[in-house]
Write a protein that binds this ligand. Structure first.
Ligand code: ADE
Length: 469
């Protein structure tokens, strides 16, 4: 249906492929009535169902509806067939800003123009309670006039998804552009995290390479967390001053957008008028949203998830592949950044729904005579009744959702003796979990070989690419 040359819904002639991801393709297309160019993101419904990403697509669409700005790719309409969702959007003819950066550093005035447009658009998103969370040159396109357009709101968060502490808790984004607080996984302010990414982008535009880079990912994280970078000699002192205020590892003292816009470097040649948002579309948007909802209602009916499973999974901590990298043994950041004792925690992945994992843990608690308490966010506490060498042994189990059918479970000693914890894990808990545990951390290679033939998606779920100099 969407192959080159085909006509979509009698309205668009589909043209060349512009980009391709695991779950979607973006094609150039022409509106048959007006002749105008558009870009159509074609999402495979079945694939996104399988990995539980329907909510993410829904969010991307509602976010695009909320942010109409000259420097943000505009959403025109959403259509659906039985197997596909079609997101029709503004076509940015100039392609990725990344391609320009790949050719080398930019002149100061050119970099400034892109940075001004980026900051105007990001400021507008924040004013609407939208945080992009994956800002990087690959997500910045150029139109035929060379104006910047932000795209790919697939990882963006709305203000409503903040937890009670007012902070976001999902670790997302590409490592080179993510802020220290996102890496540290302690909850973060989405606005501050986006500002950090803008600082990295500005550095990249002016230099042609990343401020934080190392072939060793751990080293790269360390450099990011300490804001360890140097300025090339061609950076002006005003640019250095601004970058040092943006790349401040402390989000509380990091410069806010209002102050960035007031700096000498930023203000040069800034055209406030061209950065004005599009007029609000009021009722038209509401009608369009109702149409989108109808598309998704239809999708949800097709999804075979029970209301109970949905309710259970909505309480869990959301996790993406980047968290998994952080959790996996090779890149375990907890020792480096959080000072925890790695030997008093174990993690495993499971291909079971959250409720099955919870039921299993309840069974185990009953058999081992442990008291089980359920806490918010998919957390369970298992407590012994006897006094051990260092008090009563207590284990916190936290279930992280990767997709509704794929979870990561972390079991951490929260009280008692580490040796007693390890003994109980080895002799009692791990064997009892064998039916539902897919792979235990530390045993990945050995177990993955034994379990070959399991769905490949689980190995390759969206691990973000690393940008290199
Ligand atoms: N690639 C991805 N989205 C695009 C868009 N809106 N315009 C041009 N190329 C794209």
């Amino acid at each position: 249906m969407e192959s080159k040359g085909s006509v979509l819904m009698q309205r668009y002639e589909v043209g060349k492929l512009l980009g391709q991801g695991t779950f979607a393709k973006v094609h150039h297309a022409r509106n048959l009535e007006t002749g105008a160019s558009v870009a159509i993101k074609i999402v495979d419904k079945e694939k996104i169902f399988k990995v539980g990403m329907m909510e993410q697509i829904k969010r991307e669409i509602s976010v695009m509806r909320m942010v109409r700005h000259p420097n943000i790719v505009q959403l025109y309409e959403v259509m659906a067939s039985k197997t596909k969702i079609y997101i029709v959007m503004e076509y940015a003819k100039g392609g990725e800003l990344f391609n320009k950066v790949a050719k080398g550093k930019m002149k100061g005035d050119v970099a400034r123009k892109y940075f001004q447009q980026l900051i105007s658009a990001v400021d507008f998103c924040h004013s609407r309670g939208v945080y992009h969370r994956d800002l990087k040159p690959e997500n910045l396109l150029l139109d035929d006039n060379g104006n910047l357009k932000i795209t790919d709101f697939g990882l963006s968060a709305l203000a409503e998804s903040k937890r009670q502490d007012g902070l976001l808790h999902t670790t997302c984004g590409t490592p080179a552009y993510v802020s220290p607080e996102v890496i540290n996984r302690r909850g973060y302010d989405g606005a501050k995290a986006d500002i950090w990414s803008c600082g990295v982008i500005l550095y990249v535009l002016l230099s042609g390479y990343l401020p934080f880079h190392d072939s060793n990912l751990m080293e790269m994280y360390r450099k990011i967390c300490q804001a360890e970078f140097t300025y090339p000699k061609w950076f002006s002192s005003d640019a250095c001053k601004l970058i040092s205020k943006i790349l401040d590892p402390n989000p509380n003292t990091r410069i806010p957008i209002s102050k960035i816009m007031g700096t000498h470097w930023f203000r040069k040649g800034f055209n406030l008028k061209s950065a004005k948002p599009h007029e609000d579309t009021g009722l038209r948007d509401l009608e369009a949203k109702a149409a989108d909802d109808a598309i998704f209602d239809h999708c949800e009916n097709a999804a075979n998830t029970t209301a109970e499973a949905k309710q259970e999974s909505s309480k869990l901590t959301n996790l993406n592949a980047f968290d998994i990298i952080s959790f996996s043994s090779g890149f375990d950041l907890s020792g480096l950044f959080e000072g925890s004792d790695q030997k008093s925690e174990s993690r495993f992945t499971s291909m079971q729904p959250a409720q099955t994992i919870i039921t299993k843990l309840e069974d185990i608690a009953r058999k081992l005579k442990l008291k089980l308490t359920k806490k918010d966010g998919g957390c369970l506490k298992l407590e012994g009744s006897k006094l051990g060498r260092k008090g009563v042994l207590s284990i916190d189990a936290e279930i992280f959702e990767v997709t509704p059918a794929f979870h990561l479970v972390e079991m951490k000693k929260s009280n008692g003796d580490t040796l007693e914890y390890r003994k109980m894990m080895k002799q009692e808990i791990r064997p009892a979990l064998k039916d539902i545990a897919w792979i235990w951390q530390g045993d990945e290679l050995q177990q993955a070989e034994q379990k070959e033939g399991q769905p490949a998606d689980m190995h390759s779920c969206q691990i973000p690419p690393l940008a290199v100099n």
